[in-house]
Design a protein around this ligand. Structure first.
Ligand code: ADP
Length: 414
């Protein structure tokens, strides 16, 4: 029987998962999918490593609503039926959006750790509670398994203090009103891959553009975050599918004076703005690119404009640019957006090869050209699975080592 690691990413209406088989020192992807439409119209989908469908079923509840616990139970049942006795799950790795200042690496989850993560709910109310609901669901159904938390904020804890501040009173900084930064597991994936693909360039000044439904950019020196565009929440930075991006806080004051309620403002900023809000057509880049509506073109123009402004500012922080890396659904799949962004960066010496850009994998600038431009698919789940395996092994070593008491929190290096 082979060992397996399950990775969970629990959101407000979905439970995404990936399953990896432990193979020697590495991990083999076996399946990934999600239970989507939790509570309203739950549906289970799973695919194998080649994208072939393994399951595509509507879930019908016999006893009440289908939330995170029921979704995890369904996944466990399905995995048992599908893989049979061939696989034995040894651990679950969880994507947790916020680790605050304390959790700066992957962490073995105990009740005490969970309690500390719950204290971060007020500063991340839209994501953290759902992530933790996924942890509770897995812990309740499978208390025998090692549970590991991996944090989106952790990668950015290398940022200098000056890049962590807002221009607010210092006591607010100490209370947690600071520029945390997110998408950290994606940036860690790119940093790791880039170090393997082009170690000399990765050791320099790199801007990574993670452009998907959520979009942010990260300035890295020697593979470590020195600044990033998302800050206290996932709203800051370039506009996104439905999120506004950077906004003058005076706009919020204006809306409050106009009588808007907090929930209405939240709905506006998170779900009705960005590409959708400007275009009134769609939040989906493919649909905007196919649309003839003038506002769809304006939404794309604004998206690109804000990205190049952010890149300019991050290049200033880095003191130059050795490489630009595109990732995320748009960054990996849209030659047109990459071309447009790079065109506006020609003053920096950015120049891509059009046929390499059309292929869209690996280096898309010519070999001699500096700065280099790359497309690298992100794989956040693999980062979580790798960390989870490291934590499990380290915990097991402590258990078996003579005269050692296992500690509750095990950090793996990244
Ligand atoms: P999330 O932030 O939800 O993980 P993704 O990284 O999956 O989002 O990115 C989704 C975005 O990627 C959507 O706007 C989608 O239109 C865009 N996208 C995916 N494929 C293409 C493509 N071939 N051309 C342009 N945009 C694409």
């Amino acid at each position: 029987m082979n060992e397996a690691i399950v990775v969970l990413n629990a959101g407000s209406s979905s439970l995404k998962f990936s399953i990896y088989e432990v193979a020697g020192l590495g991990l083999l992807p076996l399946a990934r999918g999600q239970v989507e439409g939790l509570v309203t119209s739950p549906h289970f989908k799973a695919k194998d490593q080649n994208g072939q469908s393994l399951a595509d079923d509507s879930l019908v509840s016999t006893g009440g609503r289908i939330g995170h616990p029921e979704a995890f139970a369904h996944l466990a049942d399905w995995a048992l039926k599908h893989f049979g006795e061939r696989l034995r799950t040894i651990a679950v790795g969880h994507r947790i959006v916020h680790g605050g200042t304390e959790f700066i690496g992957p962490t073995l989850i105990t009740e005490k750790v969970l309690g500390k993560l719950e204290q971060l709910v007020p500063i991340m109310p839209l994501h953290q509670p759902h992530n933790l609901a996924g942890v509770r669901a897995a812990m309740q159904l499978r208390p025998d398994l090692t549970q590991v938390a991996c944090f989106d904020t952790a990668f950015h804890r290398t940022k200098p203090k000056v890049a962590e501040r807002f221009g607010l009173p210092d006591e607010m900084f100490r209370e947690g009103v600071r520029r945390w930064g997110f998408h950290g597991l994606s940036y860690e994936s790119i940093s790791n891959q880039f170090r393997t693909l082009a170690p000399e360039i990765a050791a320099g000044r790199v801007v990574v553009a993670h452009l998907g439904n959520g979009a942010s950019l990260c300035a890295m020196k020697d593979g470590q975050s020195v600044d990033t565009t998302m800050s206290f929440s996932a709203l800051d930075g370039p506009p996104m599918g439905t999120r506004c991006g950077t906004l003058d806080p005076g706009v919020i004051l204006f809306l409050l004076r106009q009588g808007w309620k907090v929930e209405q403002i939240e709905e506006l900023l998170y779900r009705k703005s960005g590409l959708l809000g400007i275009s009134q057509v769609s939040s989906d880049m493919r649909e905007l690119q196919a649309s003839r509506e003038p506002l769809a073109a304006e939404a794309i123009e604004f998206f690109v404009y804000r990205i190049i402004r952010e890149i300019g500012s991050l290049v200033a922080v880095l003191g130059g640019l050795d490489a630009l890396v595109f990732t995320g659904g748009i960054g990996e799949n849209s030659p047109a957006i990459r071309e447009e962004v790079c065109y506006h960066l020609s003053w920096l010496g950015v120049n891509i090869d059009s046929s390499a850009n059309a292929r869209g994998t690996g280096r898309i600038s010519s070999k001699s050209q500096a700065p280099a431009v790359w497309v690298i698919p992100t794989d956040e789940e693999k980062v979580i699975a790798d960390h989870t395996l490291t934590v499990v092994r380290s915990f097991n070593e402590q258990l078996t080592a003579p005269n050692q008491v296992p500690v509750a929190s095990v950090s793996a290096s990244r």
